[in-house]
Design a protein around this ligand. Structure first.
Ligand code: SF4
Ligand code: SF4
Ligand SMILES: [Zn+2]
Length: 264
């Protein structure tokens, strides 16, 4: 297996994953979306809410605010050995909020009981309070999995495509393919059409160029064992952390299978 990083920022990564099966590539994608646990608000104790939002609307908005997650400190509540699912500092924390209008309440106004755990984005609007309206709450955040609810989904816009292979031979330089290509990556020069090496990965494999070439001079194929991956994190983890956590999830599952088979 080879990994070639094309772009890496705090919340976004694009890389080429080679010499793996489609099943493995998809397992990485699924692990980032569904199997890496994150913290999200699960319960809200509402002491006062005279805002325009119903309690249920308010709670939904709060639950979808991504929280920076520390996988070293917190475990999913259903797997917590300390409290066996009752709730304890190993699997939950509280965030409080008290505000009176006129003011717009933002995610940064949530005061966390653990300074390490904060909203990933400080300026998510929660509700606008008019003069005299009040909001006093305590929110309880749990660790959970994206497979159970989207609020625990750390990976967003995670996808991949096979690495394209573009072959051009006996071209008569008519230029039809270049005019049709939605990615504008085909250049027609005196000797014929060509795609720069750096542009090949931009090909969407739409095959429109093949369809307009009357002499079948351009052929589009793909590498079955190489994938261009792109993914974003919601801010619960950095993109790098999320990829590593997803890989560790797969490794853990494989070790579990080996352990079970060893006992047979
Ligand atoms: S397959 Fe589509 S994107 Fe790729 S080179 Fe042909 S027209 Fe362009
Ligand atoms: S359409 Fe075919 S012949 Fe025309 S430039 Fe493209 S590859 Fe060459
Ligand atoms: Zn616990």
């Amino acid at each position: 297996m080879e990994v070639d990083i094309l772009e890496l920022s705090d919340r976004y990564a694009k890389f080429v994953l080679s010499n793996v099966s489609t099943a493995f590539a998809n397992s990485i994608r699924r692990a980032m979306i569904a199997d890496v646990p994150t913290l999200a608000i699960e319960y809200v104790n509402i002491y006062d809410n005279t805002s325009v939002l119903y309690d249920e609307q308010l709670t939904l908005r709060l639950s979808l605010i991504p929280l920076v997650t520390d996988l070293e400190t917190y475990v999913p509540q259903a797997e917590c050995d300390v409290c066996e699912g009752e709730g304890c500092p190993a699997c939950e924390l509280s965030l409080t909020l008290s505000a009176e209008g006129p003011i717009t309440v933002y995610s940064k106004d949530l005061i966390s009981s653990d300074p390490k755990i904060q909203p990933a984005d400080p300026n998510v609007p929660i509700v606008e309070l008019k003069k005299g309206q009040k909001l006093v709450i305590e929110a309880i955040a749990h660790m959970g999995y994206g497979r159970d609810s989207v609020k625990w989904q750390a990976g967003i816009a995670c996808g991949y495509k096979n690495v394209p292979i573009i072959a051009i031979a006996n071209c008569d330089a008519c230029g039809h393919c270049a005019a049709e290509c939605p990615k504008s990556i085909i250049r027609v020069e005196g000797t014929g059409a060509r795609v720069a090496e750096d542009d090949v990965l931009k090909c969407s494999l739409c095959r429109l160029c093949e369809q307009v070439c009357d002499i079948n001079a351009i052929k589009i194929d793909f590498d079955e064992n190489a994938f261009v991956f792109s993914m974003e994190s919601d801010g619960s983890y950095t993109a790098r952390e999320l990829i590593l956590n997803a890989a560790n999830v797969i490794k853990g599952k494989a070790e579990e299978v080996v352990h079970i088979l060893d006992q047979l």
